[in-house]
Structures are given as structure tokens and as C-alpha cells.
Design a protein around this ligand. Structure first.
Ligand code: SAM
Length: 259
């Protein structure tokens, strides 16, 4: 409990200092030469930074919305773009998967098993709820890990999903390359569209984060850089779909497979 104004000021100062330290740590550990980031979106999204936004309350709301409305149009497009031959009997890996709705839907559609890899444990109970709802508890797992730190800890999969993840990290291009390396057939990638209104909103979001003393920032990576990272791993772009703000692209290894 805070007893005096001086104590309250001390606590606030500590929090600001800790947010600043986290930002400095991320800035010094996450920027590399030749990365193509928009200059107004510095910082990184590792567990502490992401946890500022994607906390327990956020995870609970995500589950509530999914139970009420199901997948959104972008997620539906991603799921439907995977051919039966690509998913049936296979393994799905959802990186930064949150409650793991896409891997759950792909299991229900015919995949054998799935895994969610998340920086944040806050999502775990809600991912379990999704698995219970879909009766796939014994076919899906949730792992707390930073894929950028320990890529070899994660087993390859037939289908790898990166839904709304690359925009949360300055390492979105590297994350896409790692996702492609882990995928034997398909990579499902979604990201914000590069258009004036989206750039303006993201800029405003980052300004608000700065004012609030948060370290979290959003990033708009050029799709050319994201696709090149996947292409270097043997993938080519196939289907794509978009809404006003978001876009997805399905990437396939080698020659596209059709049902
Ligand atoms: C905007 S949320 C999206 C969650 C979910 N895919 C969805 O669309 O509801 C981005 C998620 O990516 C996760 N993430 C970011 N970088 C990651 C990394 N290096 N390894 C694992 N997860 C990561 C964050 O923890 C966060 O939950």
C-alpha cells in the first residue's frame, strides 16, 4: 500500500526507470545492420515488452471474442487456403499463437496435432480452453519460448502460422525466416497493410506508447523483405487476402499443391 506522496513518486520513478531499462536493453539487443525498419517504430517485443500489452486480461478478451464470433475474415482466409493434402495428418505450429485458434481449427479440419509457441504464459489457460472446446486437448500443446532465442527447441511442422506477430517485433523478418525454416509445406503469414492510414495509426500508437512510458512498439515490415526471407528458405507466395487493415499471404514450399 502507498502511504505517502513521496512513496508514490518513488514507485512511479521506479516503474519509469524499469520501462526505460527494458527499452534500452531491447534497443541494444534487437537492431542489426541492414534491417529495413520504419525509423519511427523502434524497440522490440520480447516477453517483458509484449507483456505490457498482451496480458491476462487481453488473453481473456481474445478467447471471449473467439467464442462469440469465431475466426475473423483474415484468419478464415488463412485456414481455408491450406489444402487437405497439406494439413491432413500433419503437424501445425502457431508461433506467437496467443490462444492458438488457427492451429485448433486446422486440427479440427484434419491436421493430426498442433503446438502454440508463445513468449507469454498469460495465454496458456485460454489456449487450454480453446483445446477443451474443440475436444483436442490430447493433440495440442502450449510452449512458453522465445523462438528468436531458442529456434532449435521447436520441432518442425507441416504448416507454420505467424498471425499478427511480425508487427510486434523489430525482428519480424528474422522470425519469418525461422518460421519458413521450420515449415515443410506451408507458411501462413499475416501483417498490417502498408498504406497511409495504417502507417498513420501505427505511428499514433507508438506515440501513445511513448507518452505512457511503455516500451512496446508496433512495426510495419516491407512485405518484400518478409517474402524474401521465406523465399530464401524455398517458399513462394500463393494465395493472399486482405481487409482494410490486415493482409495475409500463404506461402508454399516448391510447387503449389491444389486439392
Ligand atoms: C499481436 S499478438 C498475436 C497473438 C495471436 N497470434 C493472435 O493473432 O491473436 C503477438 C504475439 O506474438 C508473440 N511473440 C512475439 N515475438 C515472439 C517470439 N519471438 N517468440 C514467440 N512468440 C512471440 C507475443 O507474445 C504476442 O502474444
Amino acid at each position: 500500500m502507498v502511504e505517502t506522496d513521496a512513496q508514490a513518486v518513488g514507485i512511479i520513478a521506479q516503474r519509469v526507470e524499469s520501462a526505460r531499462a527494458s527499452h534500452d536493453y531491447c534497443a541494444s539487443h534487437s537492431y542489426g545492420e541492414g534491417r529495413q525498419y520504419h525509423p519511427y517504430m523502434p524497440s522490440c517485443c520480447r516477453s517483458g515488452v509484449c507483456g505490457e500489452i498482451f496480458n491476462e486480461k487481453f488473453a481473456r478478451k481474445t478467447l471471449r471474442r473467439y467464442r462469440k464470433k469465431g475466426l475473423d475474415p483474415i484468419e478464415r482466409g488463412m485456414v481455408h487456403s491450406v489444402a487437405a493434402a497439406e494439413r491432413n495428418g500433419g503437424r501445425v505450429l502457431e508461433i506467437g499463437g496467443g490462444i492458438g485458434a488457427i492451429q485448433a481449427e486446422l486440427i479440427v479440419a484434419g491436421a493430426d496435432r498442433g503446438e502454440v509457441v508463445e513468449l507469454l504464459s498469460a495465454y496458456e489457460p485460454y489456449a487450454r480452453e480453446v483445446a477443451r472446446d474443440k475436444h483436442i486437448e490430447d493433440r495440442t500443446t502450449f510452449r512458453v519460448a522465445d523462438l528468436l532465442e531458442e529456434p532449435s527447441a521447436v520441432a518442425p511442422a507441416n504448416v507454420v502460422v505467424l498471425n499478427r506477430v511480425v508487427c510486434c517485433t523489430p525482428d519480424g523478418v528474422r522470425l519469418t525466416a525461422l518460421a519458413a525454416r521450420l515449415a515443410s509445406r506451408v507458411v501462413l503469414l499475416s501483417y498490417p497493410r502498408d498504406r497511409l492510414v495504417v502507417r498513420a495509426v501505427m505511428k499514433l500508437m507508438n506515440a501513445a506508447m511513448r507518452v505512457l512510458g511503455r516500451s512496446f512498439r508496433v512495426f510495419l515490415h516491407p512485405t518484400s523483405a518478409l517474402f524474401a526471407a521465406a523465399r530464401d528458405e524455398g517458399f513462394q507466395t500463393a494465395e493472399t487476402g486482405r481487409t482494410f487493415v490486415w493482409e495475409y499471404t500463404t506461402l508454399r514450399r516448391g510447387v503449389p499443391v491444389r486439392e
